[in-house]
Design a protein around this ligand. Structure first.
Ligand code: UDP
Length: 330
């Protein structure tokens, strides 16, 4: 297969490219390198630097790269906090970018797209575990734009015959088993890389945002899913579309929740460092618990996460961060 990966230099995008190339697929990457990293671009992939909001650029990629079977779309901004401070940046990049992309896909008769969505489309969950047909009421601009992108695929599909798979990730984490690529956000906002900054000597302590939630130890519960397992789901989703199946939406998580305290304790075990933790107020907008039901992805896509063990997940993250303490920066 020949797959165009938009945002293939980003965290989940680069891991998906590595899995596609390992599986013998032909990969073309588009990335504007605003948040992605040139070092994360797989050497065996064709690479075009540019922005999906630029119609002539994206047209030129489809013109040069004939016979693209499907698109995997990661090219978006994804920081919840930033999306609340600068919502129009998110509407512009995430929604306007996807609109231009879809216009170009329709013009070039490319009719299959796998989309990087998020548990943030649900907002405050009405039940645990969360099912795909549960209510979607995002509590931040980031989640709202991702939900709107899903709807854009739906209506474009009805008019133009495009089919899509939307993958709603829970807490993506970990790094490639080789330690060559991993998570590198600036600023970093995610729990596991922040915890690992303590043993790296880059942070004095990890802050725990709230210990009065209705959970077993009072700290928030999340469903942590390894980035390579997410990557595999994208490949299965492309195959699902190639087999002619209808558009669909799937949650991706392990179905197991860990509290913030449990994650810190596991990181202490993996790193051998005492990792100081301090209690702070709740972070605005954090639901107490987010746990996926991934039964649908398991039964329809045949997805089986291979790295569900939290210790293993954190060990892969530690291998990456301890050998790249400044991310991709030299
Ligand atoms: N968290 C925390 N301290 C931090 C960063 C995150 O206690 O410095 C908590 C956060 O409140 C949430 C969990 O860790 O309950 C995971 O947060 P993250 O930002 O990694 O992902 P989110 O669940 O917000 O997508």
């Amino acid at each position: 297969m020949k797959i165009l990966v938009l945002g293939g230099a980003g965290y989940i995008g680069s891991h998906t490219v590595y899995e596609l190339i390992d599986a013998g697929e032909n990969v073309v990457i588009v990335d504007n390198l605003e948040t992605g990293h040139i070092e994360a671009v797989h050497p065996k992939a064709a690479f075009y630097q540019g922005d999906i909001r630029d119609r002539s650029f994206i047209d030129s990629v489809f013109d040069k790269e004939a016979d693209i079977d499907a698109v995997i779309h990661f090219a978006a901004n994804s920081l919840v906090g930033e999306s609340m401070v600068n919502p129009l940046k998110y509407y512009d990049n995430n929604l306007c970018g996807t609109k231009v992309l879809l216009e170009s896909m329709v013009a070039h008769n490319i009719d299959k797209i796998v989309f990087s969505s998020t548990a943030a489309t649900y907002g405050e969950p009405e039940r645990i575990p969360i099912m795909e047909d549960d209510c979607t009421a995002p509590t931040n601009t980031y989640g709202e734009t991702k939900l709107s992108m899903e709807k854009m695929f739906k209506w474009t599909g009805k008019a133009h015959g495009l089919r899509f798979v939307s993958l709603r990730y829970f807490n993506a984490c970990g790094a490639h088993i080789s330690g060559q690529i991993g998570e590198a956000h600036k600023p970093e906002t995610h729990l596991i890389p922040l915890i690992l900054q303590v043993p790296l000597g880059q942070r004095d302590h990890i802050s725990i945002f709230g210990n009065d939630y209705p959970t077993k130890d009072g700290t928030c519960v999340r469903d942590y899913i390894h980035v390579t397992d997410l990557a595999q789901a994208h490949i299965l989703a492309v195959k699902y579309l190639m087999e002619g199946n209808e558009s669909n939406i799937f949650n991706l998580g392990n179905g197991i929740g860990f509290t913030v305290n449990e994650v810190i304790e596991t990181a202490r075990k993996v790193t051998g460092d005492p990792i100081k933790a301090e209690m702070e107020d709740r972070r605005a907008g954090d639901p107490a618990q987010l746990i996926a039901s991934s039964d649908k992805a398991r039964s329809i896509l045949g997805w089986k996460p291979q790295h569900a063990d939290l210790e293993e997940i954190i060990a892969t993250a530690w291998k990456w961060h301890s050998t790249h303490p400044n991310g991709y920066a030299k």
